[in-house]
Design a protein around this ligand. Sequence first.
Ligand code: ADP
Ligand code: MG
Length: 210
Amino acid sequence: MALDVNWAVKWLTLSAQAMAEHRTELIDLDRAIGDSDHGENMDRGFQAVLDKLAETPPETPGAALKLTAMTLMSKVGGAAGPLYGTAFLRAATSLGDATEIDPSALVAALAAARDGIVARGKAEPGDKTMVDAWMPAVEAARTAAEAGGSDVLSVLVAAAEAAEAGAVATDPLVARKGRASYLGERSAGHRDPGAASSALILRAAVGAAA
Ligand code: ADP
Ligand code: MG
């Protein structure tokens, strides 16, 4: 399957579905080490993305991601809104006006998203943030692209699997960035909510291509 605008819209639609389905779970994760709003923020933000996509159907994957960025920045409060907004905006810029995304463009867009999150939040790997999902996702995507030739699905699968493992690996970590860092050692033993939502979004990208 080609990663075109239909894929992008399906990805965002499945992301919105995942945020709605996992709303309570993300709220519970954020209750443990934050302020309980992550599930609600993400659900509200992605529902607004669906409204915008219906209102102004995008013509390229980049346009779909740019519209997503703008919407998430204005509708998702807290730390996650600007972080995801920057991620989607950098990915959109990386894709430009392309109508189809090949494996190397996909890896470049994922890397741009990760770089945007790091530029905005200044978190390092191991700080127990969404960076711990995105870093391994981008590395796995790059490895899969180098191995797999023109197969975009295998790149997306590799990214999603690595993001899921990265999210699970935040469980024992002590938070050093964001609201959870106020808890110090007590933040250990809980999964980072933003890493969990990042893994859901990257898994939705697979669903849209499968
Ligand atoms: P808030 O913390 O303002 O309530 P959310 O609950 O929506 O915002 O999002 C919290 C998530 O944001 C965290 O789980 C973490 O993944 C992410 N996060 C917070 N600060 C940073 C940062 N500096 N860099 C990267 N990610 C961060
Ligand atoms: Mg929160």
